[in-house]
Design a protein around this ligand. Structure first.
Ligand SMILES: Cc1ncc(COP(=O)(O)O)c(C=O)c1O
Length: 471
């Protein structure tokens, strides 16, 4: 084994060289390819401040994806650092198995205050995958206690991303995610992605919405409502390419679920805590009151790994009044209700309530309008989005909507150019997703869009030179 090295005392250059070398020898990165697994260095980030991060060469980049849709109030917020420090010095951890802390109870109340309908209780987890996992295990438990153990199928959709644990990952419907990965397929039924851009040619968005609702209703009829436990859906499919569904589609799906006693799980891991200008988007932006809402990421602005499920009192009341008071929900995580995570989430919620939500609502139309101007570029098929999340989808030509055979990795090419120019982009095959920290200003949006425009233009030049594309 190599001798221990104190890389923290090296100067910046040595630190960067060390980190790259160590990563390629010892670190397994998430979402690796077999050909480079365990031998890969990625862009090394040393510092963050506001909407900016700094790479190993000291180059300042706009944090286009806000980390991973999470650094909502921006980097280096002293209030959040203090909240973590103060809580750590008071109580760094307590077992949730048979003790509790005040910050977790207080955070549950404040989250419930923002949640729609009768969503009154919170189960805290370590992130989004464990939140989705918790919601689904709760559905299974609920139906077992209610004496209908066959009501367990889960409806999900193409384009969905719900996590990387075994059950949550089985719900994923994005291209490529599952090509080499197993899942619990017998339990999950996939429906069409509500992606208006890829609706059949000649179909209006309204008719496409009707098709989606009919497909949902027909699927329930075909499988039998008595077999379906839950529908899980993101209000806006995030990692699937910021898919904003047709108007009223979510409301209509909600009604079918209610009529058939199918639990509606709204996966707000990305959309909650400000991304769409509200703490929760389900009620405020889409007019729905789900049975459960999953959240993570923005709840702590990414400063601490925390997630959770907001659960309706109706479900809990049914359990409390069931004939099986001794039935055990055998589910909990060592870090459930972590006091430090809950303390930083409380402070983060203060910041959101004290101006960041209002700022997001005010700036979002400008953000969307400026990005929309990129549709002038012939490589861009569509720019779409909502709130402070948007996607620039590239296509070889707009009629066929050919995503450049996907394998030209256009998103990664644009990201490489943008990084040179001072912007980190989230590349997704032929798409670039933009979801900056919510504290971004108008002039910073101008900088971001200007760099993205130049990055796309340079990519178009490259593709032309390579003879891959002549648009
Ligand atoms: C909608 C949605 N659900 C769940 C997850 C999984 O969250 P985590 O990576 O925190 O486990 C993600 C992650 O991006 C997500 O976008």
């Amino acid at each position: 084994m190599a001798a221990a090295r104190d890389i923290g005392t090296n100067d910046a250059d040595d630190f960067a060289v060390d980190a790259v070398e160590l990563a390629t020898r010892h670190l397994v990165q998430p979402w690796p390819y077999a050909g480079s697994v365990g031998a890969e260095a990625r862009t090394l980030i040393g510092e963050g401040d506001g909407i900016y991060i700094t790479d190993a060469n000291g180059k300042r980049l706009i944090d286009g994806p806000a980390g991973m849709w999470c650094t909502n109030v921006g980097h280096r917020r002293e209030e959040l650092a203090r909240a973590m420090y103060d809580q750590t010095m008071r109580l760094s951890y307590n077992t949730p198995w048979y003790t509790m802390s005040a910050p977790s109870a207080e955070l549950a109340r404040r989250i419930a205050d923002h949640a729609p309908g009768g969503l009154s209780h919170v189960f805290f987890t370590t992130g989004g995958s464990t939140a989705v996992e918790t919601a689904l295990r709760f559905m299974q438990f609920f139906n077992n206690v209610k004496g209908r153990p066959e009501k367990k199928l889960i409806l999900s959709r193409g384009g969905a991303y719900h996590g990387s644990t075994y059950l949550s990952a089985s719900l994923n419907g994005r291209a490529r995610d599952r090509d080499w990965m197993d899942g619990i397929d017998g339990l999950v039924v996939k429906l069409t992605s509500p992606d208006p851009f890829r609706r059949p040619n000649g179909t209006s968005v309204e008719a496409f919405g009707d098709f989606l609702v009919d497909e949902f209703r027909d699927t329930v009829g075909r499988l039998g409502a008595e077999k379906i436990g839950a529908f899980v859906g993101e209000p806006v499919q995030a990692s699937g390419g910021v898919i904003v569904p047709p108007k009223n589609y979510l409301k209509r799906i909600r009604e079918i679920c209610r009529a058939n006693d199918i639990l509606y799980v709204s996966d707000e891991v990305v959309t909650a805590f400000g991304r769409l200008g509200s703490v929760f988007a389900s009620g405020d932006c889409f007019g729905i009151d789900p049975d459960m809402i999953t959240f993570a990421k923005g709840v702590t602005s990414g400063y601490f790994p925390l997630g959770g499920v907001v659960i309706s009192d109706r479900l809990l009341e049914e359990l409390r009044r069931s004939n099986h008071p001794d039935a055990l929900f055998g589910h909990g995580l060592t870090y459930t209700s972590h006091p430090v995570g809950c303390a930083v989430a409380l402070k983060n919620l203060d910041l959101l309530e004290d101006g960041v939500l209002a700022h997001t609502r005010e700036i979002a139309p400008y953000f969307q309008a400026q990005l929309k101007t990129l549709e002038e570029l012939p490589l861009v098929g569509e720019v779409r989005g909502m709130g402070l999340m948007a996607c620039v989808e590239c296509v070889a030509d707009r009629d066929s909507k050919n995503p450049l055979e996907l394998d030209k990795n256009v998103g990664a090419r644009i990201d490489a150019h943008c990084q040179e120019l001072g912007l980190l982009v989230r590349p997704l095959i032929n798409m670039c997703v933009m979801s900056p920290p919510l504290v971004i200003t108008r002039s910073q949006i101008d900088d971001m869009v200007g760099i993205l425009r130049e990055g796309i233009s340079r990519t178009m030049d490259d593709l032309r030179k390579e003879g891959v594309w002549q648009g």
